[in-house]
Design a protein around this ligand. Structure first.
Ligand SMILES: NC(=O)c1ccc[n+]([C@@H]2O[C@H](COP(=O)([O-])OP(=O)(O)OC[C@H]3O[C@@H](n4cnc5c(N)ncnc54)[C@H](O)[C@@H]3O)[C@@H](O)[C@H]2O)c1
Length: 255
């Protein structure tokens, strides 16, 4: 596929990587349907995208809400006269150990069901709802070429304190493989990217010493850039023989 001709939905486009992806697509000339729950962030993105070759339209949409997703895809499909790309990027984390005993008081703390469910809802159910909405419309309208890119994480291998997040991100790669198999007959490719530690607002709040310790495990000894993850998205969009695989873009980090 030629990226400059694409019409692509980017979820979680108001901040961090999603914002960089939306701007990257628009700089290349693609039409972008930018979805997020952050209304102010979307407005700032629309402002920044003014004058770029590709149009950026914004949609307020909680990816975990079935009705909101269906409505956003109906609207975006109509606004762009069809869609041929989806980047499932919206994500959250709510870290906690499964069970932890306080060293001083002996009190037991656990990961709450609420935090388990919130992460599963946004990071796994969200991509399911969006991919289903996207694929159903593509298939109904004579099929692809079309492409879905799921943003997983290197944490899917099992990062301590992230039982909810690792389950969601591992599940997303499992579904990437089977969606690729199920949807190939309709001309829809599905792939994933598993970023390592990327320089986004989430990490910018970290203490410098904690960040330095974290980077010791990364052979390239630095954070990745959102643009380096976008380079992976560009490759997946443009390589028509790539489907059902996950690209680890992590500076060599192994968990
Ligand atoms: N930053 C990293 O180091 C890193 C590493 C691996 C994977 N990831 C993944 O990359 C993706 C982007 O991460 P980021 O660092 O840019 O985070 P970020 O917090 O900067 O951006 C996430 C965006 O998703 C939006 N969002 C949250 N819940 C939503 C919902 N229910 N519906 C719609 N939008 C919602 C937020 O409003 C925000 O704009 C996430 O899926 C994250 O898990 C990040």
């Amino acid at each position: 596929m030629q990226i400059e001709k694409m019409k692509v939905v980017v979820t979680g486009a108001a901040s961090g990587m999603g914002r960089a992806f939306a701007l990257g697509f628009a700089e290349a000339g693609a039409g972008v349907a930018a979805c997020d729950v952050d209304v102010e962030g979307l407005a700032a993105l629309a402002e920044e995208a003014k004058g770029l070759p590709g149009a950026v339209r914004t949609y307020t949409c909680n990816v975990a809400d079935e009705q909101a997703v269906e409505a956003a895809f109906d609207q975006a499909w109509a606004d762009f006269d069809g869609l041929d790309g989806l980047v499932n990027n919206a994500g959250i984390f709510r870290d906690a150990l499964l069970v932890k005993k306080d060293r001083n008081t002996g009190a037991i703390r656990t990961m709450s069901l609420k935090h388990w469910q919130q992460v599963i809802d946004v990071d796994l159910t969200g991509p399911f709802l969006c991919t289903r909405a996207f694929a159903a419309r593509v298939v109904e309208n004579e099929g692809g070429p079309a492409v879905v890119v799921n943003i997983s994480s290197i944490s899917r291998h099992g990062n301590m304190g992230q039982g909810n997040y690792a389950a969601a991100k591992a599940g997303l790669v499992a579904d990437t493989v089977l969606w690729a198999k199920e949807l190939a007959r309709y001309g829809i490719r599905v792939a994933a990217i598993a970023p390592g530690f990327i320089d986004t607002p989430i990490l910018q709040g970290m203490r410098p010493d904690a960040l330095e310790k974290m980077l010791k495990g990364v052979p390239l000894r630095r954070l990745g850039k959102s643009q380096e993850i976008f380079a992976g998205i560009r490759f997946i969009c443009e390589c028509d023989y790539f489907t059902g695989r996950c690209l680890d873009i992590d500076g060599g980090l192994r968990l």
